[in-house]
Design a protein around this ligand. Structure first.
Ligand SMILES: [Zn+2]
Length: 382
């Protein structure tokens, strides 16, 4: 690694709160202790980072804590849904801190939502005794390749074309970065699996976020495919025969989302007299063993699997990871697995990992923890 790259990598680790001592940087980067030490000295001398007055235990010896020159030592991680948000801060030992859930209404637009998010971030900053140096946000809509703008999001009225990084900078002066929630989940699963003992790392995978709606992402060697207009991975509007004639929110008929999402499962159950007010109730019924619910969820998993089978045959990824609320129900992932085995060649299936997301509810937050927020410079402003 060139000197400049070493300095950049170390600054990212400190600024995002992923490492805050020399030994922690050595562990995370695999670089020689002398290389890390020289780089830290350079960065301190340049005034980019500073040694804090406190020292922290690193398992035996104590080491001086490193912070950025602004005193920041954590990154705020935020996943936004239609009606709720998840907020956590990065943590140098555990990766990310405990996420708290926040009630929001994404349709109220960036200003109102970001204000609520910033309030929760301040609360967590005080509780953890750290200063946040940047924000990373996952959103339920298409995001551009530069990770600054939301593009024509169906579920986020008021956010179209908004430069979210700039909106955050204006509201609280911090650098920010955004990512689509399924893409963040795909990165997160790959990042999280590397932290687990005895789990095969997977960096080329199809990630499906199956909840109220359905989202997807394709991760290649750890980098999500963005596609034209940020639209790669949108599996929800793939036509499927079993959904023939069903109207979709997109204006088309017969889309996968109209038959395999939690919202569509609830609508179908309601039509047969089993009413669940929300998806939490639906999942509770599945856990409680209500046979009609288990059957409907497995069927949805099977239909999703039949669609994903085309992608698996074409791309031959290392894994298909099922995330989102429905992945907590075993019958759903079992349906996906059965459909893939039925539809794909044995040679492709032999080494294919098909699993519910290991990082679970925090998948997107884990993905965000590996991104570096950009400072908005004048020439980037629109
Ligand atoms: Zn559609």
């Amino acid at each position: 690694m060139a000197t400049h790259d070493v300095d950049e990598a170390i600054l990212t680790l400190i600024g995002s709160g992923q490492a805050d001592t020399r030994p922690a940087i050595v562990k995370q980067t695999g670089l020689a202790a002398s290389t890390v030490s020289a780089a830290v000295s350079r960065l301190v001398e340049a005034g980019v980072i500073a040694e804090a007055d406190e020292s922290v235990s690193t398992g035996g010896r104590r080491a001086r804590r490193l912070v950025t020159s602004e005193g920041a030592g954590a990154l705020a991680l935020v996943e936004l849904g239609a009606h709720h948000g998840l907020v956590a801060l990065t943590n140098p030992t555990r990766g990310i801190g405990r996420a708290t859930s926040l009630l929001i209404d994404i349709a109220k637009g960036p200003e109102a939502v970001l204000a609520a998010v910033m309030e929760e971030i301040s609360r967590q900053e005080k509780a953890a005794g750290v200063r946040v140096g940047g924000l990373a946000l996952a959103v339920p809509g298409p995001v551009d390749a530069e990770r600054t703008r939301v593009i024509r999001p169906a579920r986020m009225p008021g956010w179209d074309g908004i430069n979210v990084a700039e909106a955050v900078a204006q509201q609280c002066g911090l650098p920010a970065i955004i990512e689509n929630d399924a893409r963040a989940g795909a990165i997160g699963e790959s990042v999280y699996r590397r932290r687990l003992e005895g789990v095969t790392p997977i960096d080329t995978l199809i990630y499906i976020k199956a909840g109220s709606a359905i989202g997807g992402a394709y991760l290649v060697d750890g980098t999500p495919l963005v596609g034209q207009g940020g639209l790669a991975g949108d599996i929800s509007h793939i036509p499927i025969e079993a959904a023939a004639g069903r109207p979709c929110k997109c204006g088309n008929v017969g889309c996968l989302e109209t038959i395999a999402s939690a919202d569509s499962i609830r609508a179908d159950l309601a039509a047969s007299g089993l009413v669940y007010e929300n998806n939490a109730q639906l999942l509770a019924a599945a856990r409680g063993g209500v046979p009609e619910v288990a059957t409907a969820i497995r069927q949805a998993g099977t239909l999703l699997g039949l669609s994903v089978a085309h992608l698996v045959s074409f791309l031959a990824p290392q894994g298909v990871i099922v995330g989102g609320a429905l992945s907590a129900v075993d019958a759903f992932s079992a349906g996906v697995r059965a459909a893939l085995h039925q539809s794909c060649l044995p040679s492709i299936m032999e080494d294919l990992v098909i699993e519910s997301s290991r990082s679970g509810r925090d998948a997107a937050l884990w993905g965000l923890s590996s991104l570096t927020p950009h400072k908005i410079s004048k020439e980037n402003r629109s």
